[in-house]
Design a protein around this ligand. Structure first.
Ligand SMILES: Nc1ncnc2c1ncn2[C@@H]1O[C@H](COP(=O)(O)OP(=O)(O)OP(=O)(O)O)[C@@H](O)[C@H]1O
Ligand SMILES: [Mg+2]
Length: 262
């Protein structure tokens, strides 16, 4: 269980002023859930994810994972970014095994584990290739396999499919839903896309622009159906889906300063 309590982040700006990026955010991410944070550009989504990853300190508040305060990066959290961060000189399998190498796992064992994960993401035949021979979607699959390699308690995904074309994006959403259904990993997923949020989230939280706050929270069950059928079509035309989509759209496009619903 991940527990975020009253988390605030203020950055010093270059002109001496302060940017209040995150304002008293409280959120729980339970095992077996996918929490999706959606909101306009600059509302603090990456700041929240980076704080959970341990890449930046909170100004106020706390983040606990299974009762332990997070204050640095660790193998118990797997991170996937929008832009892949694969090492160009290492093979795909060694890229996936990178976190295991840092954890001190022996070469044969870490490559074996990396191959299992490449199989899980449908890239078993590409294990020995260099990353530059892969398409953008394939590279994100490698990133996902790498994030899963250390068997993290939680997966943190910052707009991982944002740069992909819509067909590849849909395939990646299917892959993530099926991996979630199989592994029960807790996931925090960040996106600009309301449809993506509702397709993947068991919970969708809507964030307001600066300072970033959670202004609404919705429970959604579409991802279970999606993981089972792999077919997004009926979900997108489900009246409940459309109603939630429009509610969230109205919240995101609401003029600033119109109160919060938290
Ligand atoms: N290191 C930093 N120093 C100063 N300001 C920062 C820093 N990182 C982020 N910010 C500011 O904090 C606010 C939130 O940024 P953040 O990257 O979290 O937004 P975001 O919701 O992820 O946006 P996007 O959807 O465009 O990725 C922005 O106003 C940004 O300019
Ligand atoms: Mg961001």
């Amino acid at each position: 269980m991940l527990q975020i309590r009253d988390a605030s982040v203020t950055f010093p700006a270059s002109d001496g002023s302060a940017v209040h990026a995150l304002d008293h955010v409280s959120l729980d991410i339970a095992p077996d859930s996918i929490v999706v944070a959606v909101g306009a550009s600059g509302c603090g989504k990456s700041t929240l994810l980076n704080a959970i990853a341990g890449f930046l300190p909170l100004t106020e508040g706390s983040i606990m994972l299974d009762g332990e305060e997070i204050d640095r990066p660790g193998g118990d959290r797997g991170v996937v970014f929008q832009k892949d961060t694969l090492l160009p000189w290492a093979s795909v399998v060694d890229n996936v095994a990178l976190g295991l190498k840092f954890a001190g796992v022996a070469k044969t064992a870490r490559r074996e584990r990396a191959r299992e994960l490449l199989d899980l993401v449908g890239l078993a035949d590409f294990a020995d290739k260099p990353p530059y021979e892969l398409s953008g979607g394939m590279r994100q699959r490698v990133g996902l396999a790498r994030a899963l390699a250390t068997d993290p308690k939680i997966l943190l995904m910052d707009e991982p499919f944002g740069a992909l074309d819509s067909l590849t994006r849909e395939t990646m959403q299917q892959l993530l839903a099926s991996i979630w259904a199989r592994t029960g990993k807790q996931i925090l997923f960040i996106t600009h896309s309301i449809e993506e949020a509702l397709t993947l989230g068991t919970t969708v939280v809507v964030m307001s622009p600066r300072p970033g706050r959670i202004v609404a929270r919705f429970e959604a069950g579409f991802v279970r159906e999606f993981a089972e059928t792999g077919d997004i079509g009926p979900i997108l035309s489900d009246p409940n889906f459309i109603q939630l989509r429009e509610e969230i759209r109205a919240l995101i496009h609401r003029p600033a300063g119109k109160g919060t619903l938290q």
